[in-house]
Design a binder for this molecule. Structure first.
Ligand SMILES: [Fe+2]
Length: 344
């Protein structure tokens, strides 16, 4: 049946369309590289269409706007992101290199997102981490994580289909984070756990908690399967441009049974390819002048609230307010929030 056309007055009431990826949020630590990929020889990454050169100078991690060989010649062209010095604030945490994107005077370690299931000093085995590229901005990649209507279908061959006896969702936000908890009972068992983890059961209980640090485009994804294993994933979608992001991921499967422990992190590449097949055609459409209808449903509560948070942060930053609210709790321990070790 055809939907009734919106009246002109109703159309006027709609807020302007949000175009994700158009406004780079500032004053945040962004994970640009796995630590083990940065050595004494300069390498580089792209951050919001700006080059970031990375290397270790006599062991000291360094991040600059220009290649080290040209740094002294080009320093006069250095931007506000390095306060004219050419050097970005940079640090290492959880086996990743984090660069501060914003005013260097505001860079503090207390604003590095907390990841309770990865050692702060890094050092997890290489098989637990990887990186891939998505042809979408970071915001769409984050939305994709929160989108319940896709995972059971697009990734069904890995984590199981949409069938369960019970499926509940809660969503909570602060001014800087969003947390979605999905609790399923009697869900079709994840095929990858049956094939690589020795799980014989046909159904599992699942609690999956996703906690997103909005400014950093960093997501903690902690899933507990019973019977089965915990899958603690750190998923970063670092913006390279308005239509691409680099996903650095670390999955600490050290407590899981072999070969699942080794297979599951590498399945991230299959998941990434499946996600990108959806995101790649979507992303450029946000830049087209087309008539859009709001087709979100009650299943989109998390993504709708995520968009709202991004828009609020964007509006504040457009007015010159880059401060973190008192409720932000960026570096506080998130063990309890993720329900680590708690029964489902
Ligand atoms: Fe996905």
């Amino acid at each position: 049946m055809n939907q009734p056309a919106l009246s002109t007055s109703r159309q006027r009431q709609l807020p302007p369309d949000w175009v994700p990826g158009e406004f780079p949020l500032r004053n945040a630590w962004l994970p640009v590289s796995n630590s083990r990929h940065v050595g004494s020889r300069p390498t580089w990454r792209t951050l919001h269409s700006r080059p970031v050169f990375l290397w270790r100078q006599q062991g000291k991690l360094t991040a600059t706007e220009f290649h080290p060989a040209k740094l002294s010649d080009k320093r006069q062209a250095a931007s506000e992101f390095t306060a004219g010095s050419g050097y970005y604030p940079v640090l290492e945490r959880y086996g990743l290199v984090w660069v501060w994107y914003g005013n260097p005077d505001d860079a503090h370690e207390s604003l590095v997102p907390n990841v309770p299931y990865i050692p702060a000093e890094g050092g997890l085995p290489a098989y637990m981490s990887g990186h891939l590229h998505l042809n979408s901005c970071a915001e769409l990649a984050m939305e994709n994580l929160l989108d319940l209507t896709h995972s059971d279908f697009v990734h069904a061959n890995l984590i199981g289909d949409e069938i369960s006896e019970q499926d509940e969702i809660t969503v909570d936000t602060t001014s800087e984070t969003i947390t979605m908890v999905r609790t399923c009972r009697g869900k079709t068992a994840a095929p990858i756990m049956q094939k690589a983890g020795g799980i014989k059961a046909k159904t599992q209980d699942l609690r999956s908690t996703i906690h997103i640090y909005v400014r950093s485009h960093v997501a903690l994804v902690y899933s507990r399967f019973i019977p089965g294993f915990d899958v603690p994933l750190l998923h970063c979608s670092t913006p390279e441009s308005r239509n691409s992001c680099r996903v650095n991921f670390i999955m600490n499967t050290g407590a899981a049974k072999a070969p699942f422990r080794y297979v599951m992190p590498q399945a991230g590449y299959m998941v990434g390819a499946q996600d990108n097949s959806m995101l790649r055609p979507q992303a450029p459409r946000y830049h087209e002048q087309i008539e859009r209808r709001d087709l979100n449903s009650r299943f989109d509560a998390a993504t709708t609230q995520y968009r709202h948070l991004v828009q609020q942060l964007t509006a504040r930053q457009q007015q010159g307010d880059f401060a973190y609210g008192s409720d932000a709790n960026i570096s506080g321990d998130k063990t309890a929030l993720l329900r680590i070790g708690m029964p489902i």
